[in-house]
Design a protein around this ligand. Sequence first.
Ligand code: FAD
Length: 389
Amino acid sequence: MDFKLSEDEQMFINLFSDFCKKEIEPYAEEADQKKEIPRSHFHKLAQIGYIGLPHKEEYGGQNAGTFRSLLSMQTLGKACGSTFFSVGASGGLFGLPIHHFGKEEQKKKYLPEINSGTKIGSLGITEPDSGSDVSAIKTVAKEISKGLYHLSGQKTYITNSPIADDCLVLSRVQDLNGKEKGLTHFFVDLNAKGVQRSKPMEKLGLKASQTGALFFEDVEVSSEDILGTLGKGFRQTMQTFNMERLSLAAWSIGLMEVCLEESKSFASTRRSFGKTISQHQSVGNLLAEIYTKLEASRWFTYNVAWEMEEAEKSGKGNMHLSGKCASCKLFATTSAREVTNLAVQIHGGAGFMEEYKVARLYRDVRLGEIGGGTSEIQKLIIAGSILKG
Ligand SMILES: Cc1cc2nc3c(=O)[nH]c(=O)nc-3n(C[C@H](O)[C@H](O)[C@H](O)COP(=O)(O)OP(=O)(O)OC[C@H]3O[C@@H](n4cnc5c(N)ncnc54)[C@H](O)[C@@H]3O)c2cc1C
């Protein structure tokens, strides 16, 4: 295994890290309070090449490998979780399925505008009655004449839905004879007739990343709006989830890095019983636990990212790595939740106050064990892959 970056790749990571410290991190607190990230974040992150990292150059991308993309996600996740989620839902959740399964015209139509930050995308899978159980979705596209469909249903907890231009909607399909054709992704213009969106939902954390519901009533879509293959939406979703899970592990690493830095700094200045609290062995133990969970998550994630990159280079795809991606996501997101708890503890009463960063991270981190498939679902996938292998 070789985790060494080329000179150009290292230069990008250094540049991007400086950019995030200057352009993103200072606005994270204000964005959390206003419950929205500045629209300019999309433009700036596009300009520096972040949104288009995994995409091909002809569509405004950087053609970066999984490992460089992952390090960049970790860097953005460290600066602002909400920005990481909203921008990730556009370039990743919406953009990556197009990268993998899109027809040439679809890539040309959607990717340049997403990669330039001009438009915002979203992915609509979850519904009020089906989250973990993707195959139970009820949204349906009924064919009303050859190649023309009316799509009706409801999606919920959709990142970016209050601000997005387009959504890739997972739907059942019924052909002209009423026969079920399997789950299929449709591109839906969120400003089209028959689409309604809810206001942003009030959330526990990641407050600046807007999340909401979408309602569809006989929205007109055609066979040209189908992503990839009719009836293959479930498999396409699962393939997208592998990268989403790795990206959630990358965010967790960034978040744990902040917890370690903030806790070390606080423990080195806060005094009790005549010395800094870092000199009490119990506090040192908490720092040691944070460090260990961070480093174990980091190297596990880098390892799986390296395997993903090698598999993709060899054209094998990444489905055989589903168990590893799930395991890595499970470990890193659980560790991150434990680490924010330890960081708050080190801060004492200050850790309960919103003016300290760790309080916000303690709220934000909770999504890691839910989004992209809950921890229980990750365990099912891991067990399945152990038993199959
Ligand atoms: C902030 C936020 C942003 C989101 N963004 C998006 C988005 O952009 N697009 C999108 O499509 N979705 C999005 N989601 C939805 C997210 O993917 C789902 O919430 C998640 O997959 C869980 O589904 P659920 O909420 O319906 O929980 P449920 O499936 O109802 O699960 C409830 C509980 O039951 C457990 N459970 C369910 N089935 C099993 C089982 N077979 N075995 C063991 N335990 C089980 C779960 O682990 C969980 O503990 C978002 C959610 C949030 C909170």
